[in-house]
Design a protein around this ligand. Structure first.
Ligand code: GDP
Length: 197
């Protein structure tokens, strides 16, 4: 897919305030600092579209971008930010659950996983939760340039093996590096495929 236009629309405190669901929608989420903003900027060819934040976990808003006047890209606030208070966490949980379960035009959630690590409980718990809610998702293993290829492959395999303990089918997965600018086309082609269906 060629990205012709990518425009920031609005940041919403909950799903009821999101733009009218006139386009198919693709959401990106992951642990804070996983590389989500960098990936969104790579996908849209715009260094500044999503803000790579110096203060991770600060914004708890649902950010909408309109791409090619035909689909929405959504930047969701990340999880696992240690400095959040309990009430902020509860607020995050409610906002995310409502958005994920009620947003009618949501086609797919891309769950970002840091490829440098062994499977982390917080990520496994999150994808299992998506499964319980029957929300389609894919995995994106980020920062692939930071480890050797063998290490990245080992971590991906370990994550998928962990998922196999509870999942009969495994979701599609992608590997990205915003430094090497890799993985972009595979994700955009996948979105294009889903848009056609
Ligand atoms: P977010 O909090 O998930 O939006 O993460 P950011 O996109 O702000 O990235 C967090 C940090 O990881 C920043 O310092 C980025 O420069 C760095 N980063 C993100 N993606 C990559 C990547 O693919 N490779 C490398 N080496 N660093 C990355």
């Amino acid at each position: 897919m060629v990205i012709k236009t990518a425009t920031y629309l609005i940041s919403s405190p909950d799903y009821t305030k999101c733009p009218k669901p006139v386009f198919p929608e693709y959401a990106f989420i992951g642990r804070s600092n996983v590389g989500k903003s960098s990936l969104i900027n790579l996908l849209t060819n715009n260094e500044k579209l999503a803000k790579t934040s110096g203060t991770p976990g600060k914004t708890q808003l649902i950010n909408h971008f309109e791409i090619n006047n035909s689909w929405y890209l959504v930047d969701l606030p990340g999880y696992g930010f240690a400095k959040r208070s309990m009430s902020q966490r509860k607020q995050w949980e409610k906002m995310i659950e409502d958005y994920l379960r009620k947003r009618e035009n949501l086609v797919n959630v891309f769950v970002l996983i840091d490829s440098r690590h062994n499977p982390q409980k917080i990520d496994i718990d999150f994808v299992n939760q998506l499964g319980e809610w029957e929300i389609p998702f894919s995995l994106v293993f980020t920062k692939a340039d930071k480890s050797t290829q063998a290490e990245v492959s080992r971590n991906i395999k370990a994550f998928l093996n962990k998922m196999k303990e509870t999942w009969q089918f495994l979701p599609p997965h992608f590997v990205t590096s915003t430094v090497k600018k890799s993985g972009r086309d595979a994700i955009l082609d996948y979105i294009e495929e889903l848009n056609i269906q």
